[in-house]
Design a protein around this ligand. Structure first.
Ligand SMILES: Cc1cc2nc3c(=O)[nH]c(=O)nc-3n(C[C@H](O)[C@H](O)[C@H](O)COP(=O)(O)OP(=O)(O)OC[C@H]3O[C@@H](n4cnc5c(N)ncnc54)[C@H](O)[C@@H]3O)c2cc1C
Length: 248
């Protein structure tokens, strides 16, 4: 590991997918002297647990467009860094089991098309063709986004981190951010378990810990953790790895 610096222009806190992506994009834009500080290992936070489902449609147009950019990146990142992302474009199905939800899905289709995201409205029978195990007795309609997919979050992070390093960013693992020095309302120093680093800009990418980190300098990060559940099953006949992701 390279020597821990005493100065960096940008300090990114957190080595999950957000921190790695921020470092990658800043480095590619030509920002010099950027470091990432991660208290454990890259992806050791929530990124490690993510299922890797990439669904682009959100109620907010900006987020949807941002997710579209992610899909473009996941398709090409391996060529750039040599590290695979596990990207698989198997599509996403959104199911509407009542009229209100169907109205919402049709509105979403209009929004999606307005910024170039391909989205097809399907009858229950057409949805069944894509997901043959489904019970469609209460299905009103469905939407299919062919460019949705799945990837491996830890692999994407490793690939982004490699890309960031290739463009000059440095990453320090096993380094805990413990505090900050604030002067005239700006963070000028980040204190860590390996020493202090003077900086111009701090990017808080600490995920579910971002709130407590922000609170150290009086910044309110409006973020709370939401519990996820997932089940791992035995092989189910008819469930293949190419099935689209189904979202009720
Ligand atoms: C079970 C599960 C399934 C999920 N499935 C999906 C899915 O299918 N699709 C999807 O898009 N999202 C999914 N998510 C959500 C996704 O995992 C998160 O949105 C994403 O990983 C957040 O990334 P992050 O970089 O912001 O946070 P993190 O990956 O948590 O990274 C934050 C990092 O900051 C570090 N850190 C914290 N405090 C400090 C400090 N003081 N000093 C130094 N480092 C610090 C942590 O160690 C951590 O590594 C899922 C989440 C879970 C839990």
């Amino acid at each position: 590991m390279s020597e821990f610096p005493t100065h960096a222009r940008v300090v990114i806190i957190g080595g999950g997918i957000m921190g790695a992506s921020t470092a990658y994009h800043l480095a590619k834009l030509g920002w010099k002297d950027t470091i990432v500080i991660e208290r454990h290992k890259l992806t050791s936070g929530t990124t490690f647990h993510a299922a890797g489902l990439v669904g682009q449609l959100r109620s907010n147009a900006n987020i949807t467009q941002l997710l579209g950019e992610s899909v473009k990146l996941y398709k090409t990142l391996e060529q750039e860094t040599g590290l695979a992302t596990g990207w698989k474009m198997n599509g996403g199905l959104r199911l509407a089991c009542n009229e209100e939800r169907w109205t919402e899905v049709r509105r979403q289709a209009t929004t999606a098309r307005s910024f170039g995201l391909e989205m097809h409205l399907l009858t229950p029978r057409e949805a069944l063709d894509l997901w043959p195990l489904m019970d469609i007795s209460d299905l009103v309609g469905a939407a299919f986004l062919p460019t949705d997919g799945q990837a491996n979050p830890s692999d994407i992070t490793a690939s982004l981190a490699k890309g960031a390093r290739m463009h000059g960013a440095r990453i320090f693992e096993d380094t805990d951010v413990t505090g900050f020095k604030v002067e005239n309302g700006r963070v000028t120093e980040v204190q860590t378990s390996r020493g202090t680093v003077q900086c111009e800009i701090v990017v808080n990418c600490a995920g579910q810990w971002a709130r407590e980190l922000g609170a150290k300098v009086g910044v309110n990060v409006p973020l709370v953790s939401v519990e996820h559940q997932y089940m791992i099953t035995e092989q189910i006949a008819g469930v293949t790895s190419s099935l689209p992701t189904a979202r009720p």
